[in-house]
Design a protein around this ligand. Structure first.
Ligand SMILES: Cc1ncc(COP(=O)(O)O)c(C=O)c1O
Length: 458
């Protein structure tokens, strides 16, 4: 009997294992040029179909040189986690089961697994038990979700029903923000129709933290529906705002506080790092990623909202072809910006079970230790300068001047030994070090420092 599914899955299993086994020897940086990839993957529109296993084999062959080794321990670009084995396994099953995690009725186990994992996450992060949540594609969509709830609440407080009336004619929303916010916040504001003109930067101190005085002064300037955007883990410094001081000030003024915790929210799972995000539970909405620190394969983002009614009002809808609710089941579509959607909860559930509270704390501790060791080791090399090491998993180094820094980054990446990105920070080009992968170990750190040394000596 023909079993195309078995053949295709066998081949995928083979290629997947070969990929993971080769992480130590393959170049970390995808070696293929754009032209080469267009050559290897580009074909005329297929007229006739092919056996499934052949399609899988050829995809693995043709894509391989265009794949970064981001699953490996020497990938330090952007903020990118790897995939924990249980999370990868659960992600494969998610594809095979192919549940539509829109409703409990369309994916019963998918809906319940989100219910369970959402409660675990609130417990791990120390967020209010009554907070609602959504499993989305990434922090970007988590911002859209949390800020849609914020938009609802601050306008509801002014007697305006934004879901029904829209934004035309609504009292203009003011968004007071940490000036170092990630660009994904701006995109969310654009998508939500609030617009980036609504943004007003808040005064920051030398540690790039919003100051209580600055927030109070801004709030006192005028009476308006207000959202305050704070940061848990800024992209370069991993700076955290002083939530315990700021959130009560915002609340007293009737403002909604939204926190970008794309990777920084995970500091809460480590007793050694929890103090960095002290008081974060006092905010109104929080976002983070599963595909960064939790090491869940892409894509996985998470939004949490204290005012569950505002969250639900911003996302839910009714239609006659959905089974009537009213039971106790949690329907993801009440909380998510999408209707039909991948059952993302399975991989998050599996990752948390694989690590447990202790393993998560250890992951944050280890990655922070490795980031510091990399920064100090590279910074001590002739021709290198340690610019900054954060208390979490981010650091910056620099090599001579701006041009030299960019050239060194390019040479390290071209060596295939490690991958780093560059950034302009306080007017100077730097190399970013971001350690988020569960696989990174001492040997990776030592091998990377040696590779950077070879480039600098070369
Ligand atoms: C601080 C911060 N916020 C938000 C984002 C956006 O997250 P995503 O790419 O998962 O949408 C990132 C991504 O690197 C980030 O570092």
């Amino acid at each position: 009997m023909e079993r195309p599914d078995a053949d295709a899955l066998d081949r995928a299993r083979h290629h997947a294992q070969a990929w993971l086994d080769g992480l130590g020897t393959r170049p970390v940086y995808a070696p293929a040029s754009l032209d080469e990839l267009r050559q290897s993957l580009g074909r005329p529109t297929p007229e006739r179909g092919l056996p499934a296993a052949q399609v899988v084999d050829e995809l693995a062959r043709d894509a391989e040189r265009g794949l970064h080794g981001s699953q490996g321990g020497r990938f330090f670009g952007w903020v990118i986690g790897g995939g924990l084995p249980a999370a990868i396994g659960a992600d494969w099953l998610t594809a095979v089961w192919d549940q539509n995690a829109c409703l409990h009725a369309s994916g019963p186990a998918a809906a319940v697994v989100e219910e369970v994992a959402g409660a675990w996450l609130k417990d791990l992060f120390g967020l209010p038990a009554e907070a609602s949540f959504a499993f989305v594609t990434g922090c970007q969509m988590a911002h859209v979700t949390g800020l849609a709830a914020a938009r609802h609440a601050v306008l509801r407080d002014r007697g305006w029903d934004v879901e029904r009336q829209g934004l035309s004619g609504a009292p203009p929303i003011r968004v007071l923000s940490n000036a170092d916010r990630h660009a994904s916040v701006d995109i969310a504001l654009r998508i939500l129709g609030i617009g980036t003109d609504a943004l007003e930067p808040l005064a920051m101190d030398d540690n790039r933290q919003v100051t209580p005085e600055g927030l109070s002064a801004k709030l006192a300037e005028r009476d308006a529906p207000t959202i305050v955007i704070l940061q848990a883990g800024e992209l370069n410094l991993a700076a955290f705002d002083p939530f315990a001081q700021l959130c009560p000030i915002a609340r007293a003024a009737g403002a909604w506080t939204h926190v970008d915790g794309a990777f920084g929210l995970w500091a809460r799972v480590s007793p050694a790092h929890r103090h960095l995000a002290q008081g974060i539970e006092l905010a109104d909405s929080w976002t983070t990623d599963g595909h960064k620190y939790l090491n869940v394969p892409y894509d996985s983002g998470l939004a949490f909202v204290r005012d569950a009614d505002a969250h639900r009002a911003a996302m839910t809808m009714t239609t006659s072809y959905f089974p009537a609710g009213g039971g106790t089941a949690r329907d993801p579509f009440d909380w998510n910006p999408e209707l039909s959607r991948r059952a993302r909860g399975f991989a998050v559930y599996a990752a948390i079970r694989e690590l447990g509270r202790e393993g998560l704390a250890d992951l944050v501790r280890r990655t922070s230790r490795h980031a510091r060791a990399l920064a100090e080791g590279i910074g001590a090399l002739p021709g290198a300068e340690l610019v900054m090491v954060s208390d979490l998993n981010q650091a910056l180094v620099r090599f001579g001047d701006d041009a030299r820094t960019d050239a060194v980054i390019a040479q390290i990446n071209a060596s295939g030994e490690a991958l780093f990105g560059g950034v302009s920070w306080r007017g100077r080009r730097c190399m970013r070090i971001s350690v988020s992968n569960w696989r990174t170990g001492e040997a990776d750190v030592a091998r990377t420092i040696k590779a950077v040394g070879a480039v600098l000596a070369g």
